[in-house]
Write a protein that binds this ligand. Structure first.
Ligand code: PLP
Length: 362
């Protein structure tokens, strides 16, 4: 089957080297070989998370840990900061976990701002908040440092942050920002196959979890902590993912983390320029565009060029590229181009050339 190059915002293209690592021979997850591998990647993961806390590996997609954070940490009421499909869904998940939850809803394409969060937390009703740093559905990045600065004012509120599509593409200083949970998945900015999630949590979060009577087993943060001390996971992990992650951490070290951040920003800017150069507007509010994907406005907001998205996708597919045709209620009225993971100036140039070719035929 001819391979179609993925430029959707997850899953993204997986390198040959990562795949080879993923296919390493199996070993026992309670044996020394696994413990050595787990221990070897810990310092590299802690450096990426900018934390002295342990980093945990959950064999689940990101949603597993997103749900787990609610079950472990929400005792009274959670404030769900919502500005797109994933962050909106987190409120629904909280309700399905029978948690008291309230929406802080802003329009899709707008970032979450600190003053809005402050106003809600000032009610004193909340002991946790959920925030998506980079709303993948709208290509909008919220100002995390500005929001996290509220932690000093509300120390008892658990700050739960999803960085699924921004982790390792832009600096997120977990300890410095004073966050309580930072989580990510594997198939977005880390460019691994889907199936594992990574997270870290503050000591305050572990303490809060210890009082949660209904946190279950599979996603019990204290089980992760206890097993982590022995360089193990609570249950049998996807061992292939751990090999693949170790390989990716080597790649990141070789490139240099600052170079990795700079590459994502540069490629996102190139994509924004490509869009502007072809008469399109962007969907996110100016100044809050994602560094890992570009959400092009195509009639969801006034102004700019409008094309027939399914036709554009089909013309690209003929050339071996898959792009996203918009998510949820902005499907067809936006389209998204991903530059996350291993993309380079060369690979993005090939995408722009294919887009040019497709637009010329529309
Ligand atoms: C993709 C995505 C998720 C969900 O990830 P799954 O791997 O499907 O669980 C959550 N949050 C954000 C920001 C995402 O982009």
């Amino acid at each position: 089957m001819a391979h179609v190059k993925l430029h959707i915002p997850g899953p993204v293209e997986v390198s040959e080297k990562t795949f080879q690592a993923f296919c390493s021979p199996m070993m026992g997850h309670r044996g020394q070989g696994f413990k050595d591998l787990y221990a070897r990647i810990q310092p590299q993961l802690q450096a990426l998370f900018h934390t002295r806390q342990p980093v945990y590996l959950s064999t689940s997609s990101a949603w597993g840990v997103m749900e787990a954070a609610l079950r472990n940490l929400v005792a009274r009421k959670v404030l769900c900061c919502m500005n797109g499909a994933f962050s909106d869904k987190w409120l629904d998940v909280a309700k399905r976990c029978a948690k008291a939850a309230e929406a802080l809803q802003v329009p899709w394409g707008s970032p979450i701002r600190a003053e809005q969060v402050d106003r809600q937390l000032a009610t004193g009703e909340f002991d946790a908040l959920t925030l998506i740093h980079n709303e993948t559905s709208t290509g909008t990045m919220s100002p995390l440092a500005e929001i996290a600065s509220l932690k000093a004012k509300y120390p008892d509120v658990m700050f739960i942050v999803d960085s699924v599509s921004s982790f390792s593409a832009i600096k997120i200083d977990f300890d410095g920002l004073g966050l309580d949970v930072l989580l990510t998945g594997s198939q977005k900015a880390l460019a691994l196959p889907p199936g594992i999630a990574l997270f870290t949590c503050s000591t305050a979060a572990l303490d809060r979890a210890s009082h949660a009577a209904d946190r279950g087993y599979y996603f019990d943060f204290l089980e992760f902590q206890k097993n982590g001390e022995q360089s193990m996971t609570p249950s049998t992990p996807s061992i292939g993912h751990v090999y693949a992650l170790a390989s990716k951490l080597e790649d990141i070290a070789t490139e240099g983390i600052e170079n990795r951040y700079a590459r994502h920003l540069r490629l996102a800017r190139q994509t924004r320029d490509w869009a502007a150069g072809h008469g399109f507007n962007l969907f996110p509010e100016p100044g809050f565009e994602s560094v890992t994907l570009t959400c092009v406005n195509n009639g969801a907001k006034p102004g700019g060029r409008i094309v027939e998205v399914p036709k554009l996708q089909s013309l690209l597919k003929d050339q071996g590229f898959l792009i996203d045709g918009g998510y949820g209620k902005i499907k067809g009225r936006t389209f998204r181009l991903s530059n996350m993971g291993d993309e380079s100036d060369e690979s993005m140039s090939r995408l722009y050339a294919a887009l040019d070719h497709a637009l010329n035929r529309m």
